[in-house]
Design a protein around this ligand. Sequence first.
Ligand SMILES: [Cu+2]
Length: 148
Amino acid sequence: MLIVPPRLALALLALSSALAPAAALAQSSPVTSSGGVARYTVPGLPAAIYLTLANRGNSAVSLVGASSPACSRLMLHQTMNANGMSMMADSAALPIPGNGSVTLAPGGYHLMCEDPNMTVGQQVSVILTFTGAPALTVSVPVKSAGGP
Ligand SMILES: [Cu+2]
């Protein structure tokens, strides 16, 4: 049995309660990601990355940037219909409402990966940056475009 002198026990207690808030702060992001996938065709064509972002916080946050070691550039795009034509536009920010979520999916928002360096079956990491929340690194599986 370990006997801890009362003074040391108090010191340990003070130390652990002093450290706890810092640890909680470092990891507390209100944003979580799910259902991520990179859709890849061939090396020369951009790959699209889709995922769902949920915000458990009460205030809105915005996705304002993305990068990946598997892409020379990773841009936030929005597919839109204009006069019956489908086109893509750069998007500077994607707001995620408090206690809400947004889904990046075909036909809407997506992350467009230039010069993809990936193979089907692999996982690639994506770093998402926000205003109102710390950056988030997620890992998404690479699947063939048009596949399941
Ligand atoms: Cu695009």
